[in-house]
Design a protein around this ligand. Sequence first.
Ligand SMILES: [Zn+2]
Length: 322
Amino acid sequence: MLTKEDTYKKAFENIRKTLSEKQAQRDLMLSAAYKANPRLSEIDMLLSRTGADIAVTALSEGKDGVEQLQKKASALAEEKKMLLKKAQVPEISYNCSVCKDTGYASGKICGCVKREAAAVMTAELSREMPLQSCRFDNFDLKYYSDKDGADGQNPRRRMTAVFKLCREYAIGFSPETSCNLLFMGDAGLGKTHLTLAVVSAVIEKGYMPVYASAGNLFSAIENEKFQSEGKGVYDSVLNCDLLVIDDLGTELATSFTKSVLYNIINTRILIRRPTIINTNLSMKQLEERYTPRVSSRLIGNYEGYKFLGKDIRQQKKMESIK
Ligand SMILES: [Zn+2]
């Protein structure tokens, strides 16, 4: 699991690596050009001598002398540029004209680093989750029946509303104002699909979400606890812009995971950072499994939605057999 710090570090490394590769390539061509044309070294020497002359003249003679020397310097620089062009040594073409691939512009982290960080995060998440294939545009409502169930609920209508909610949540996402969501319902009803679509959109907006299955989440936190050097996973889970816990209830529940879950939910409510939880469990089962203090936080601070329908993975499998 990548923390925000890791992600930015990686993004910086990627940007710097590209730059130093370009520089190294240019240096090779440069040294070949210098070998082939001794005039280049001569120009460098003359340029540095002229620079020193300018300094001395400025002190003793004043403006006129300086201007003449400056003309001389720019003529030399122009000659050098022409010779390098003739030798086909390219100017470095930067990916980002704002920061010239240094990652910083006017003392701030450049926008290109944020874009690279989003790419790093997407790549990392995609190794574990089908992030690219779970989008809003390929969420198919046809798999939800348009007939009212025995309980009077209409799956298509319910899921259309949930789909719209998720899309609007993603469009309007803000770590300061977005609400907490609790998605309940049986496996295979699209909870993971919709939350991954939200996560992609949130990354595109430049935020840093953390997405993990409950099993991976708790074991990452537990591993960190028993390692001497912390990697900031727990910290990142508590403070990230958006936390998504997938499949809550499928992990091995211990007193450790129960107290960690309570702490995550409670802390994020207190510092007002949104969390989305997916679970196959009912509220009653959540209460039994994680104690009433967890379920009361969920009831009081999360908007709950029950996913309806028939297992979509099964339906798709049946379709492929036909
Ligand atoms: Zn930049």
